[in-house]
Design a protein around this ligand. Structure first.
Ligand SMILES: [Zn+2]
Length: 174
């Protein structure tokens, strides 16, 4: 029991780091998703969603973190590493996780519409592939999910303001 709480505390500590990354995305107007990769109790890769500013489908938080961690490990294999990610990975990132042989993945909140770590598929644990990752979901899930909700709420409000402003403009046109 004691050991369990220790492990949980560690998971929460690194999920907080992933949330810090997600907040960087938030500040840039990107969907707030953040990720860190940990090896032997050290963060070896960090990433946050930059898809819109980089105009790049590949710029998901997990892909960026994997690239950095691989560079740091000087190896494409990330055996012995744990990934912490605020939102359930998509099919691309789940695929990259399997390819990189990451040992363990810890997820904040689930993504019912696109998640591939249990929602739509569980690509991380298909016995047909040569690698399966251990999976833990729901670590600081509420906090991660609130962050997403706040982001989309703000986005909807901004759109409303833009919409109102443009209709006001059109009324002043001759
Ligand atoms: Zn992804």
């Amino acid at each position: 029991m004691e050991e369990q709480t220790e492990a949980r505390k560690k998971d929460e500590k690194y999920m907080k780091e992933a949330i810090r990354q997600a907040k960087k995305a938030y500040a840039l107007g990107e969907v707030p998703i953040g990720c860190v990769i940990v090896y032997q109790d050290k963060i070896i890769g960090r990433g946050y969603n930059r898809r819109t500013i980089d105009k790049n489908t590949l710029a998901h938080a997990e892909m960026i973190a994997i690239r950095k961690a691989s560079k740091r490990m000087n190896d494409w294999r990330l055996e012995g590493c744990t990934m912490y990610v605020t939102l359930e990975p998509c099919q691309m990132c789940a695929g990259a996780i399997v390819q990189s042989r990451l040992t363990r993945v810890v997820v904040g909140c689930m993504n019912p519409k696109a998640g591939c770590a249990g929602s739509i598929l569980n690509l991380l644990q298909m016995k047909e592939f040569n690698h399966q990752a251990e999976l833990q979901t729901g670590i600081l899930g509420e906090e991660c999910s609130q962050m997403m909700k706040a982001f989309f709420k703000e986005l909807r409000e901004k759109k409303k303001i833009v919409h109102c402003a443009s209709s006001a403009d059109s009324q002043t046109l001759p």
